[in-house]
Design a protein around this ligand. Structure first.
Ligand SMILES: Nc1ncnc2c1ncn2[C@@H]1O[C@H](COP(=O)(O)OP(=O)(O)OP(=O)(O)O)[C@@H](O)[C@H]1O
Length: 111
């Protein structure tokens, strides 16, 4: 399947994907360990998916930019920076969602 092949490339070739993979794994393990509710799992799934979607789009844009322009071009630089900014925004939002979901559960467990 072409879509699955895209995700395989992403996980294999993108150095940032390893960070996302590690972060996703930590969130899933924490969710399991803290027995979060079904409602909370919805938020964690959204957080994880948000980052992967942003990274996939960013990687596709980078590939396309490198294909159409091998020289230094300020416009290409701007396009890449914008796409990378999307990943940063998604990652910050995902971190906030994960902390807002997991920390109260952790404090509950510790109390
Ligand atoms: N052809 C270009 N012309 C101008 N600036 C460029 C060009 N290619 C890359 N850049 C600049 O270098 C930055 C890094 O680009 P690069 O393609 O190396 O992405 P990357 O390091 O793989 O990014 P990421 O960590 O998001 O995967 C871009 O955000 C952009 O500012």
């Amino acid at each position: 399947m072409y879509a699955a092949r895209g995700l395989r490339w992403l996980a294999r070739d993108e150095h940032n994907a390893w960070l996302h993979l590690a972060a996703s794994g930590i969130v899933i393990i924490a969710g399991l360990a803290l027995h979060v509710s079904r409602e909370d799992w919805r938020w964690l799934v959204v957080a994880i998916a948000l980052v992967w979607v942003a990274e996939a789009i960013n990687t596709a844009i980078e590939e396309l930019c490198d294909r159409i322009c091998t020289d230094f071009d300020p416009s290409i630089g701007r396009v890449k920076d914008l796409a990378a900014g999307g990943v940063l925004a998604a990652s910050l939002a995902a971190a906030a969602i994960s902390l807002l979901t997991l920390v109260p559960r952790l404090l509950q467990r510790l109390a």
